[in-house]
Design a protein around this ligand. Structure first.
Ligand SMILES: *Cc1c(COP(=O)(O)O)cnc(C)c1O
Length: 393
């Protein structure tokens, strides 16, 4: 036992207990369930990229502290990727910063840019690290809720406008959006950009699923809209795009001022990370378009297996336009409480999922929604949907 009377965890973090992922993964293990909770692939990325990491390690590249902003090879590759995909031009020396995954980029950006008392608007449901990082920065989070409409979760632009106050400093925008699978449209992004310019707001964009967009959806970086280049910190990551989530290589792109600000915080978090992997990710970013097309096609096929199976099992399915998650509504199954449903599901059906309510401040808004990940082998997904069929019975 600890010996001081005061609670150990400080007030800023007190509300953030252990993440649901730990609880659910333990439950998966205990019950022998298929874990469709946490979003990591069960197949590693391209063999040649894995080999590139081995080569870097053997050649002694990155085994000691790499340069603070990231190795030049990777910064150059990130800039080239932004140019090739989006026609965005960044100076690899002044406008690119390598981070320990998108997670550190998000933390460093918020710690650098948010003053205590500043309001930060995020789309709810939101990725779980946002709330904790806003709290660590002393900011106040202001969620704007995405709501179901015609088969997907949509942003109410009037609600977003109404959420901006004189204390709003920053919009934190995630598209393609985890957990809903929503991809913001050109019109929605244009309206967000206009609002940011009108109210003189900074914007952080979380684009870790930029390469996972399906059907007619298109990922358009918010920074490409008029007036956004000087106010947007864009965040990317290799983890999801190349199926190496354990490597933790992410990046920030933005104007020299913004990147310098983010670096001021980042240098005291990890300082640097992932040395040899940085060289491998530089090679990954230069893979031909066919890699990205095949990866997307593969994930699309998986989405369709899981989405169809969940519909057969009786869920209402929100077919995602991006990411590797499917959000479902459990009410057609006669259920209303996603927490209770997810805690019981391993025993009932041998499958683990995540209650979307954990991604909400307005927990009641998220109560009937449950998220399943489809970044798993087709055989695993087929086994899972086979097991879930018994819910329909
Ligand atoms: C996975 C994920 C991250 C974290 O990315 P890392 O590069 O693994 O740190 C950030 N944002 C969203 C929305 C994610 O799903």
């Amino acid at each position: 036992m600890t010996s001081t009377a005061r609670p150990l965890l400080n007030r800023r973090l007190a509300e953030f207990g252990t993440t649901i992922f730990a609880e659910m993964s333990a439950l998966a293990l205990k019950t022998g369930s298929i874990n469709l909770g946490q979003g990591f692939p069960d197949t590693d990325g391209p063999e040649e990229i894995r080999e590139a990491a081995v080569r870097a390690l053997r050649d002694g590249r990155g085994n000691q502290y790499p340069p603070g902003p990231g190795v030049p090879e990777l910064r150059t590759a990130i800039a080239a990727h932004q140019e090739r995909r989006y026609g965005l031009s960044y100076d690899p020396d002044a406008e690119v910063l390598v981070t320990a995954g998108a997670t550190e980029a998000i933390a460093a950006a918020l710690l650098a840019l948010v003053e205590p008392g500043d309001e930060v608007i995020a789309l709810e449901p939101y990725y779980d690290s946002y709330a904790a990082c806003i709290a660590m920065a002393g900011g106040t989070r202001v969620p704007v809720t995405l709501r179901p409409a015609d088969g997907s979760f949509r942003l109410d632009l009037d609600e977003l406008r109404a959420a901006v106050t004189d204390r709003t400093r920053l919009l934190l925008i995630n598209t393609p959006h985890n957990p809903t699978g929503t991809v913001l449209t050109r019109e929605e992004l244009a309206a967000i950009a206009e609002l940011a310019v009108e109210r003189d707001l900074l914007v952080i964009t979380d684009e870790v699923y930029e390469h996972l967009v399906f059907d007619a959806a298109e990922h358009i970086p918010l920074v490409t809209f008029p007036g956004m280049r000087g106010r947007t910190v864009s965040i990317g990551s290799a983890g999801k795009t190349f199926s190496f989530t354990g490597w933790k290589v992410g990046w920030v792109t933005g104007t020299p001022d913004l990147v310098t600000a983010v670096r001021s915080a980042k240098q005291f978090l990890t300082y640097v990370a992932s040395g040899p992997f940085q060289y491998a990710v530089a090679e990954a970013l230069a893979l031909p378009d066919s890699y990205f097309d095949d990866f997307r096609a593969d994930m699309l096929a998986k989405r369709d297996v899981l989405a169809a199976g969940l519909a057969d099992a009786g869920f209402e399915v929100f077919r995602p336009a991006g990411t590797y998650f499917v959000t479902t509504d459990i009410r057609p199954l006669g259920e209303t409480d996603g927490f209770a449903f997810c805690r019981a599901l391993p025993e009932r059906a041998g499958v683990v999922a995540i209650p979307n309510a954990v991604f909400y401040d307005h927990r009641e808004e998220g109560a009937p929604f449950v998220r399943f990940a489809f970044c798993k082998k087709v055989s695993v997904l087929e086994e899972a949907v086979g097991r879930l069929k018994k819910l329909a019975g």
